[in-house]
Design a protein around this ligand. Sequence first.
Ligand code: GTB
Length: 213
Amino acid sequence: MTITITAFERSPDGGKGLARDTRVRWALEEVGQSYEVRFVSFQAIKEPAHLALHPFGQIPTYEERGLVLFETGAIVLHIAQRHAGLLPDDADARARAIAWMFAALSTVEPPILELANAKFLESDKPWSKERLPLVMDRIRGRVKQLSVRMDDANWLDGAFSAGDLMMVSVLLRLRSSGILDEYPNLAAYVARGEARPAYRRAFDAQRAANTGL
Ligand code: GTB
């Protein structure tokens, strides 16, 4: 079975593992599935061939036989449901792991994305300097709740799961802001995720594609 994902031929993160193909690569590495990457340009993702795969003209996409998926949440969930290694066998624990995936994507990621918007899309606006601390504080509010919940646990709910894969992927984008270091248990949690061999392989592949190293 050949799995093909799409990624930017020149990723805006310069190969730092922050573009969203990395989380899909990581999931595939965790379950031991090989995959191919079709590299696309910023222009190509807005053209009909790519829009047929992804209605919003984004990466990554996922193709496996006749199945085409978009949205990293759906893609990682699909991988986790098809292969052992990312979801617990116990039905209740499985449901909780999936809840954490949704929490990462719909509760924790949105304020973090706002920071990227504030920094890169709005920095020339007269109100930008005033807005930035508000955006940072909204992130802190959310991240603090997660920090309290995690306490000194290694992972969100027992063993590592797709919930952790998604949460770590989302939190990684905070590192450059300094906010992650304000919550040492979360900084350690992210470091644990990054230390997983499957993450290293995914990171190295994304870096190699963007830097040749
Ligand atoms: N909700 C979708 C998902 O989870 O799959 C979001 C997909 C998405 O936003 N993809 C981005 C994209 O295609 C690529 S990752 N954008 C083009 C567009 O929308 O027109 C973007 C990215 C780049 C760099 C960093 N970084 O440096 O931190 C992070 C994310």
